[in-house]
Ligand binder design. Structure first.
Ligand code: HEM
Length: 498
């Protein structure tokens, strides 16, 4: 602070005053961030900024796994305004999310989330009774629109046909499949929320999703952390953190226009999609509809896009990376598809029970892909003890899902791509407790069932029609870019029609 001033123009009194101010701020910060006895240990933290400058925003899960080696399966870090404790390894994560599921059910709030989701809105970051009501309503609505029935399955199979047609035009030169997968995944959410899909030539929905992905990434950077720490000042400062808020406003605008269009020909007796179902609920006047407002409808729909598009597209991208790296696995899956389904009819969820190898491969892809490495944060709803340490009410909790997916005490070959992790000695599919890509407990991914259906049908639909490889001499990397999700580094595929 002193370096901004001309020291020679200050007298001793002023310097004394400034020094006193700095000492006062350091002491105030010490008391603000002081930990109670028996709090989880952690790395040394600087005043104000904590561990912000040693935090690796590019690979946060790896940084946290290194800290776990030093401080144990439960430790604390200080990241400017946030002071989370971090749970590592299957046992500690299960203890927090499942055994103490009631204690850690809510989300922490902070200046960024409060500005993005005012009045505890949305599905992903809301808490308490409002979250409970909206989660219940959304799950029922997803079920009504065909999850667990053939309606959704048919919509996905229709989307697979469009995707296959689009991919057929790409045989020849290698190409980046990212945009196509984003189009396909966002069309499934569009069907649910807007009752319509878009042509692959229309890039509006993928662009909308990209804005959300960028906003999430920026929240993890130093700019995002500085906003959490000094919202009052940063609000008026130029910098990338402003993009977080402008991107959200653009997406809200896009969804609000859809809501307006829905209102024009709304028929309460014939709900077409999530928006119609929500409007019906709002108008019902039932006591259970507290918090059902139009702005919450917009933010809930935004959250379905945010949570349901990039994740699914990313899972499909990792599938290609891993199949290309393991051509023998690709061939074995295709052979199972040919035996069980053949080439002439589309896949169906009924086939899953007869395809244990394919199921095992999809699960192993999801394990290695590690798509949401440090999960979405929770907060302690009351004082508790976790891993023998005292956790006061209000402490944010991060659960490092990476450390579960690669837990040496749970997996036979944690670092290796090995579909055998999910097969028993007779070649039958076996579930594994430490398989938690969708998290666990009361806040487990709301779209898990839909995501599992999409992954099985898309995966089988693609391998039924095509084989995949990459350019001669290119070794695809398993290192990912971590923003909202862990996505593969850009790569190109050759598509061969079977
Ligand atoms: C491969 C695909 C997917 C993965 C890996 C994934 C993973 C996750 C994870 C790890 C969470 C955080 C859970 C927690 O806090 O413990 C989550 C939450 C959520 N997911 Fe998914 N997800 C996927 C697909 C979807 C889809 C397709 C939808 C759309 C319906 C969706 C909607 C949500 C919502 C709304 C939440 C917030 C739930 C809450 O806070 O109550 N997800 N997901």
């Amino acid at each position: 602070m002193l370096c901004f001033l001309h020291l020679e123009s200050l007298d001793f009194k002023s310097i004394g005053l400034l020094l006193s101010l700095v000492v006062f701020l350091v002491i105030a910060d010490y008391f603000k961030t002081r930990k109670p006895p028996n709090y989880p240990p952690g790395p040394f933290a600087l005043p104000f900024v904590g561990n912000m400058f040693s935090f690796d925003a590019k690979q946060p899960h790896l940084y946290l796994m290194k800290l776990a080696e030093i401080h144990g399966d439960l430790f604390s870090v200080s990241l400017g305004g946030q002071q989370p404790v971090v749970a590592n390894g299957y046992k500690m994560v299960k203890e927090a999310l499942v055994v103490q599921g009631d204690v850690f059910v809510d989300r922490p709030s902070g200046p960024t989330s409060e500005r993005l989701y005012p009045h505890n809105a949305g599905l992903v970051l809301s808490s308490g009774p409002t979250w409970k009501r909206h989660r219940r309503f959304t799950m029922t609505t997803l079920r009504n629109f065909g999850l667990g029935k053939t309606l959704m399955e048919n919509a996905i199979c229709e989307e697979i046909r469009y995707l296959q047609e689009e991919m057929e035009t790409q045989t020849g030169d290698p190409f980046d499949p990212k945009v196509l997968f984003k189009n396909a995944a966002s069309n499934i959410i569009c069907q649910l929320v807007f009752a319509r899909r878009s042509d692959y030539s229309d890039d509006t929905s993928p662009k909308v999703v990209q804005k959300l992905v960028e906003a999430l990434y920026l929240q993890r950077t130093v700019w995002g952390l500085l906003y959490e720490l000094f919202p009052g000042i940063m609000k008026h400062m130029p910098g990338p953190h402003n993009t977080i808020f402008s991107n959200y406003l653009d997406v809200e605008d896009f969804i609000r226009k859809e809501v307006e269009r829905h209102k024009e020909d709304f028929d309460p007796n014939n709900p077409r999609d999530y928006i119609d179902a929500y409007i019906t609920e709002m108008q019902s006047g039932s006591s259970d509809t507290e918090g059902f407002t139009e702005s919450n409808l917009v933010l809930n729909s935004l959250d379905l896009f945010l949570a349901g598009t990039e994740t699914t597209a990313t899972a499909l991208l990792w599938s290609l990376v891993l199949l290309i790296k393991h051509p023998e696995v690709q061939k074995k899956v295709q052979s199972e598809i040919d035996t069980v389904i053949g080439q002439s009819r589309p896949p169906s969820m009924v086939d899953k029970a007869n395809m244990p190898y394919t199921e095992a491969v999809i699960h192993e892809i999801m394990r290695i892909a590690d798509i949401v490495p440090i999960n979405v944060p929770r907060v302690a709803g009351r004082d508790t003890t976790l891993g023998g340490y005292f956790i006061p009410k209000g402490t944010p909790l991060w659960t490092n899902l990476s450390s579960v997916m690669f837990d040496k005490t749970e997996w036979e070959t944690p670092e290796e791509f090995n579909p055998g992790h999910f097969l028993d000695s007779e070649g039958k599919f076996r579930r594994r407790d430490a398989f938690l890509p969708f998290s666990a407990g009361k806040r487990v991914c709301l779209g898990e069932q839909l995501a599992r259906m999409e992954l099985f049908l898309f995966f089988v639909g693609l391998l039924q029609k095509f084989s995949f490889s990459t350019e001669e001499g290119v070794e695809l990397s398993l290192e990912g870019e971590v923003g909202a999700e862990r996505t593969p580094l850009p790569f190109k595929v050759f598509i061969h029609t079977r």
